[in-house]
Design a protein around this ligand. Structure first.
Ligand code: 4NP
Length: 169
């Protein structure tokens, strides 16, 4: 390994009960499966305070479990100012989340705030909010998240020279 400090990734949506906990669970498992769990820190948060302290939405938990990801240990929290210092990547699920984060983020950290699907390959820009829809929407979230998580991991491995594992990705 490069001997550098841990790379810290924060996923952000509105409520931190559907999309960002899904990204959190999927990306964490991907990192662990690649043997990179100790080199990449993962967390998630919401721009809104509505659901602080709650478990992920049961529909997200079920959809994720059906693909082998456990989310039920996660608890919602709101983005805080220190997140912009602490994390290397602050990744928004949609353009509203992006805009909220950009408004809050100190200028010296603004390069960290991006759309998560910038790392995806499916031609979508945003992870749509599934909260008011049916179970299908949660499967679609997982499709987008699994794809972008792969791209993100490949990017992070290269950018931070977490060497020796590229062949496994
Ligand atoms: P999330 O989904 O941002 O993916 O966690 C939502 C969760 C809750 C609400 C909206 C979106 N809500 O309005 O309570």
């Amino acid at each position: 390994m490069a001997g550098e400090q841990k790379v810290e990734v924060l996923f952000v949506c509105l409520g931190n009960i559907c999309r960002s906990p899904t990204a959190h669970g999927v990306f964490q498992k991907l990192c662990e499966d690649a043997g990179l769990g100790q080199w990449i820190g993962v967390d998630s948060a919401g721009t809104a305070a509505y659901h602080i302290g709650k478990q992920p939405d049961l529909r997200s938990v079920k959809a994720a479990a059906s693909r082998g990801y456990m989310l039920n240990h996660l608890r919602a929290r709101q983005v805080s100012d220190v997140d912009f210092q602490r994390f290397d990547y602050v990744l928004a699920m949609d353009k509203e989340n992006l805009s909220d984060l950009q408004q809050r983020c100190p200028v010296e950290h603004s390069h960290k705030v991006k759309l998560f699907l910038n790392y995806g390959s499916l031609g979508e820009e945003h992870v749509p909010d599934p909260y008011y829809g049916g179970q299908d929407g949660f499967g679609h979230v997982l499709d987008l998240v699994e794809d972008a998580a792969q791209g993100l991991l490949q990017y992070v491995v290269k950018a931070h020279r977490l060497g020796g594992v590229e062949s496994m990705l």
